[in-house]
Design a protein around this ligand. Sequence first.
Ligand code: SF4
Ligand code: SF4
Length: 184
Amino acid sequence: MNALTNRAKPVDRRKMNFMERIYLVAIFKGMMITFSHIFKKKPTINYPEKTRPFSPVFRGLHILNRDEEGRENCTACGLCAVACPAEAITMEAAERQPGEEDLYREEKYAARYEINMLRCIFCGLCEEACPKDAIYLSETFAPSDYQRKQFIYKKEDLLIPHPLKQPEEYKKALGNKVKREKAN
Ligand code: SF4
Ligand code: SF4
């Protein structure tokens, strides 16, 4: 039979001698390998207490953006849903009513906005398609869970904190977005 690679190693089927049968040498060799790793730099980190720096092009959990006055940017135009190759975005539009000008920036807004994170492939096309700077992919992971329904993120889960009412949380959620925009 022709070998696909030259990495195949023939099995050693000869009879073991006394030293091999008591396995002491093999155990010693194994322990030496273990000890040699004690003094090496650990490749693992204590996640979640510590995290690795993200790549500048990392795309994580989505954020629905507000303007500087805290009004929702999204106008429920549907372009993000059309651009999404995974059909992960669902929304329902509603008309802004008189007196809601401080809640929604435009006359139309998303009354319902959902992303199915189990479908999402974090490609970022929704962010690119949005003409209103209303959605972007942050540096946060979608946390793991045991139930599928927990991965349907609703508008309340996605909306960025209010910049005037929760300035600290807003800044944190914004993350490197500002830096990235300046670099582009
Ligand atoms: S990141 Fe890609 S797959 Fe995920 S919701 Fe946006 S467009 Fe769809
Ligand atoms: S997030 Fe942007 S593209 Fe998607 S519906 Fe809202 S305004 Fe339109």
